[in-house]
Design a protein around this ligand. Structure first.
Ligand code: SF4
Length: 377
């Protein structure tokens, strides 16, 4: 298959669903409980709700929506840091659009902009660098966030700024890494997972080998999956097949995009510019060792964390916010007390309601409200 519509073929989807039902029926676990499959990537969460995949599956399969949306796991303290940087006179603070509405403890970047801060939406770090070229009297800061998928573009932009000797550009680095996150999820006593849909975008950069530990040490199967409906259904079938056979391996369904060994130039750029932080704070998951990266000393001149005084405070989420439980898959979005009432995409209380990749926003957009009202699971 070559074109997007071929990966959305309804007849092929029906065939796959029948095969999934057959396999699930034959798996012993389903006699006592559902098979719990976590999709790690926010892109998968979005596709699952967009195409109604969860509702097509038998009740013996439970999809758990993991912490793979980088905007959603951004803690309030880091949003506050962004606001502090943005409110410095002369700063042009640049960010991807969805990060603008993530609530901080006092305000979001969008609110800071409404109050006069120069906050601008960009589509790439190169757009931010271009702003720095055009505005030599301003300090242009790029709010870098995301997993390994977006790390290389930030790194390459920073290297370009260095090559051009641009002095008024810096990066507020909030990039996070996938492996410690999966490990933290696996070590969580709240969760009993039977397999993972591996992240397609991150794996494009890192390859499939980094997930070997999930199979080797935790005996859980992983299938790196694409984002179209047939990709996801086929990957679920592949996971069930491993479970039925008693295997725990890392398989790659997304071979048309994901090279087994990753992308060498992208990995080289990551290695050159970043080093691991000792720990990084995640919304809802707490502090996870080695789960974030910072800019190496060699590029300190481009590090906004060193150029500006930032509070770097740890701020607890509002009491009514249950993002943590949803991120860990303990609650479904519609089970949060404020879902669809005080927390909506127009007035998000938690970050999961902000990004289209957030589980709450996806539920809200593609039928979550109805599910909540009817109580259907
Ligand atoms: S409904 Fe809002 S507060 Fe509740 S978990 Fe979702 S984003 Fe967080």
């Amino acid at each position: 298959m070559k074109f997007a519509h071929e990966f959305r073929d309804a007849e092929k989807a029906r065939i796959l669903i029948r095969e999934i039902e057959k396999l699930a029926d034959e798996i012993e676990i389903t006699r006592t409980r559902p098979i719990n499959i976590m999709e790690v990537c926010g892109g998968h969460t979005h596709s699952i709700f967009r195409y109604g995949i969860e509702t097509m599956l038998p009740k013996t399969i439970e999809l758990i929506h993991g912490p793979g949306c980088p905007v959603c796991v951004l803690p309030m303290g880091r949003v506050d840091d962004c606001v502090v940087i943005a409110e410095n006179p002369g700063v042009i603070f640049t960010t991807f659009g969805d990060a603008m509405r993530v609530p901080g403890s006092k305000k979001s970047l969008l609110q800071a902009k409404a109050e006069g801060a120069d906050v601008r939406m960009v589509y790439s770090p190169m757009d931010a660098l271009q702003l720095a070229r055009k505005n030599p009297d301003n300090e242009v800061v790029f709010f870098a966030l995301g997993f390994e998928t977006t790390m290389p573009s930030t790194a390459l932009t920073l290297l370009q700024a260095q090559a051009e000797n641009i002095k008024n550009f810096s990066v507020f680095c909030n990039h996070i890494t996938i492996v410690p996150t999966i490990k933290a999820v696996l070590d969580s006593p709240d969760l009993h997972l039977d397999g993972f849909l591996g992240p397609g975008h991150v794996s494009m950069v890192v390859g499939t080998a980094p997930y070997d530990f999930v199979a080797d040490f935790y005996s859980r199967p992983v299938v790196v999956a694409g984002f179209e409906p047939l990709d996801i259904l086929q990957s679920i079938w592949m996971l069930l097949k491993q479970i039925q056979d008693g295997r725990a391996e890392v398989e790659n369904q997304y071979t048309r995009i994901v090279p087994e060994d990753g992308n060498d130039p992208a990995l080289a750029a990551i290695g050159k510019v970043y080093e691991l932080r000792e720990f990084f704070e995640w919304r809802g998951l707490g502090s996870i060792d080695h789960s974030g990266v910072k800019i190496r000393d060699a590029y300190a001149d481009f590090d906004a964390e060193r150029k500006f005084d930032i509070p770097n405070a740890k701020i607890a989420d509002p009491k009514s916010c249950q993002c943590g439980e949803v991120l860990k898959g303990v609650l479904k979005p519609w089970q949060c007390k404020v879902f669809g009432t005080t927390c909506t995409p127009a007035t998000p209380l938690g970050a999961l309601m902000v990004s289209p990749e957030g589980a709450c926003a996806a539920y809200y957009q593609y039928g979550g409200i109805t599910r909540q009202k009817t109580g259907a699971a």
